[in-house]
Ligand binder design. Structure first.
Ligand code: MF3
Ligand code: CO
Ligand code: CO
Length: 270
């Protein structure tokens, strides 16, 4: 197993791709409305990505039919945009991956459609914080397994019975969408894959915890893409692409403003 260290030129390209993905995600937050279909989100992402001279990585990736993943309520990830019209109270994760200058920038957020229920707020804010907690341990010399350990400690500490998805992980990214290492969001055993591998400055990977209101167990629907919670309770997710540095990390998909319809929604405690 080898984890690539990116060259300065590759890092420069990753910054470009990451910034584009972040800006497209912010545009979705600005445009999101009750009654909008997930196909309309797909169109916004596709057109904005192409307008930037970039390419939406999901389109035709292993046969995925659209340019973005839209995962509503009990959909954990890999939701396929379609004719579903978003309803007041829904939560929707929008996962944007942009390829620019040959490199991938991968970022997602969960948005509130209209006024969220108490459960929707609880699970979404837990997922938002889980990403921050996971990122906070990233540093040259730390172990990949430290990320999941920190996230699990945080989620267990909430004492709300939330499940952490185990079947889907963060991942290296670069010239290819998914590279080594696989980044678990739960506490691994000592000998589990990558757990003891040390992070090194120049590595690039995502952290993207999926937090469920109930069980961590998931199922894939008959379309072979849509991943749902086994108990059909809500699931939320946030994702950033990170560059490991000597001092810690750089968020390659950082946003330069508030993510509307998600951050700072009235009545939501962080
Ligand atoms: N963006 C997702 C991730 O975070 C992967 C989506 S693959 C697709 O890894 F084919 F569904 F787009
Ligand atoms: Co990802
Ligand atoms: Co993603």
């Amino acid at each position: 197993m080898s984890i690539e260290l990116k060259s300065p030129r590759e890092v420069a390209a990753l910054r470009v791709a990451g910034k584009m993905a972040a800006e497209t995600l912010m545009l979705v937050g600005d445009r999101l409305r009750v009654g909008m279909t997930t196909d309309e989100i797909d169109r916004i992402v596709h057109e904005d990505t192409v307008r930037r001279g970039a390419r939406p990585a999901p389109l035709n990736y292993k046969g995925f039919p659209k340019s973005v993943c839209t995962s509503v309520n009990h959909v954990v990830c890999h939701g396929i945009p379609g004719s579903y019209a978003l309803r007041d109270g829904d939560i929707v994760n929008v996962d944007v991956t942009t390829v620019a200058e040959g490199m991938h920038g991968d970022t997602s957020a969960t948005f509130y459609v209209g006024a969220p229920s108490a459960d929707a707020r609880r699970v979404t804010e837990a997922a938002r914080q889980a990403l921050q907690v996971g990122m906070s341990v990233v540093k040259d010399g730390a172990r990949v397994g430290d990320i999941g350990a920190a996230i699990q400690e945080y989620i267990e500490g909430l004492g709300q019975g939330f499940g952490i998805v185990r079947d889907y992980c963060g991942h290296g990214t670069g010239r290819r969408f998914h590279e080594e290492p696989s980044v678990a969001h739960y506490r691994q055993g000592r000998d589990e894959r990558n757990a003891r591998v040390r992070m090194k400055a120049g590595m690039v990977f995502t952290v993207e915890p999926m937090i469920n209101l109930g069980t961590h167990e998931v199922e894939t629907l008959g379309d072979r893409w849509t991943v749902v919670t086994a108990d059909r309770k809500l699931s939320a997710q946030f994702e950033h692409t990170l560059l490991v540095t000597r001092a810690g990390y750089e968020v390659l998909t950082a946003r330069d403003g508030v993510l509307r319809s998600s951050e700072g929604v009235v009545g939501v405690s962080a």
